[in-house]
Structure formats: structure tokens, C-alpha cells
Design a protein around this ligand. Structure first.
Ligand code: PLP
Length: 218
């Protein structure tokens, strides 16, 4: 018998990351309006806090509803994981704060959402992170702007508001050649999918990202 086909995009967009609730049979993902979770006993709690087993501790860290969204986005993007935030600017700030330190440098598309330009121009320099802006289709300019302390190349798939389409493979290749990460922010309304396009291990890259707790016990 032929092996079952792996689920494709349409199926993943409906079902990835979710297992119907075995108690109720609910097909849709419930919205878990909880901050806290019950621990079976002290050992169970300790194992969760020590990250020895996956599970939920506190909703700011992880929540079963959000975990489904995160796993679904990761599946659709063919990624190893995803982190959802409550806004696009929170996502961008979180990604940068996770990957970079004071003294690091960013090469960014000059065709970005205004809030992102403000973050890179005004806020991050106060924390020692500086940015050089380059036109998104100036690939030589992007390569020339890379410095020894450059850790990140940032662009938007379709620039807001100029609608410039980013040549992701070329920009990512420039970042790979320079051994840095390329973050491509694809903002759809209130969520941001950050594709870490560069491969690891990279000499100048940040450390590995811990796997997120998921609704499934591993
Ligand atoms: C390209 C882009 N990045 C970031 C944002 C910021 O998203 P939020 O308003 O959810 O913080 C937006 C919002 O429109 C956007 O279009």
C-alpha cells in the first residue's frame, strides 16, 4: 500500500498543531482563557519549571490556544518553531532583542513600516544597536553596508507603504555570504512571521532558540 501523502498547505492551514479535544470531541480549537495551570504534584511542577518536560506554566509564557497558532505557523512556514506576540511591533522588538546585543549592527531595507523605522532609528540606538538603511533592491548596497558587527538583515516581503517586493533569495544569499541572519517580516494584520532565513551554526549568530512548550507532551 502506498504511504499516505504528507499533509499539504491547505490541510496544514486548517489542522496543523491541533489535536481535537479527546474529552469533548471539539473540532475547533478552544480559547483557553486561563493564566494558570494545575500541576499534578510538586515533581511535575519542578519538571515544567526546569524545562525537563513540555507543558504550560503561565499564559504569558505559553497557552494552549496560542501554541496551536504557533505550531500551525511553523508548519506552514516549514520552520522549527514560532513565537506569537500581541502586536507586530512587539514581534519585531522581541526578535531583535533576542538575537542582538549592545554594539551590534543591522542592515535594514529603507522601505519599512514607519513604526519599524522609528524603532531602528530612535529606540534601538539608545541600547547600542545601530542600523544602516539601504534601498531593498540595491543588493550591492546591502552587501556594502555589512560591517564586522552586523548581525541582522531586515526587510519586509512587501514593503509598507511603498509595496516594494523584496527579492528574498538574493537578500538572504547576501546575508548568508556574510554569515549573518536575514529576518524577513511578513506582516499580515496583527501577526508577524519571522523567517530566520540564515542557516546555523554561524560564527556571529546568537545561540539556539529553546523549543517552546507545546500543548503536546513529548
Ligand atoms: C509591515 C508592518 N510591520 C509592523 C507593523 C506593526 O504592527 P502592530 O501595529 O501590530 O504593532 C505593521 C502594522 O501595520 C506593519 O504593516
Amino acid at each position: 500500500m502506498a504511504a499516505p501523502k504528507p499533509p499539504a498547505f491547505d490541510t496544514l492551514s486548517l489542522h496543523a498543531g491541533q489535536h481535537p479535544d479527546p474529552l469533548t470531541g471539539s473540532r475547533a480549537t478552544p480559547i483557553y482563557q486561563t493564566t494558570s495551570y494545575v500541576f499534578q504534584d510538586a515533581d511535575h511542577a519542578a519538571a515544567l519549571f526546569n524545562l525537563e518536560r513540555a507543558g504550560h506554566i503561565y499564559t504569558r509564557i505559553s497557552n494552549p490556544t496560542i501554541a496551536v497558532l504557533e505550531e500551525r505557523l511553523a508548519a506552514l512556514e516549514n520552520g522549527v518553531g514560532a513565537v506569537c506576540t500581541a502586536s507586530g511591533m512587539a514581534a519585531l522588538h522581541l526578535a531583535i532583542a533576542t538575537l542582538l546585543n549592545a554594539g551590534d549592527h543591522i542592515v535594514a531595507s529603507a522601505s519599512l513600516y514607519g513604526g519599524s523605522i522609528n524603532l531602528l532609528t530612535h529606540t534601538l540606538p539608545r541600547f547600542g544597536i545601530t542600523t544602516t538603511f539601504v534601498k531593498p533592491r540595491d543588493h550591492d548596497g546591502i552587501r556594502a553596508a555589512v560591517r564586522p558587527n552586523t548581525k541582522l538583515v531586515i526587510g519586509e516581503t512587501i514593503g509598507n507603504p511603498g509595496m516594494e517586493v523584496l527579492d528574498i533569495p538574493t537578500v538572504a544569499q547576501s546575508a548568508h555570504d556574510a554569515k549573518i541572519r536575514a529576518n524577513v517580516a511578513s506582516v499580515k494584520r496583527r501577526w508577524v512571521s519571522l523567517l530566520i532565513a540564515a542557516a546555523c551554526p554561524l560564527a556571529r549568530a546568537a545561540g539556539p532558540v529553546s523549543p517552546r512548550a507545546s500543548g503536546r507532551q513529548r
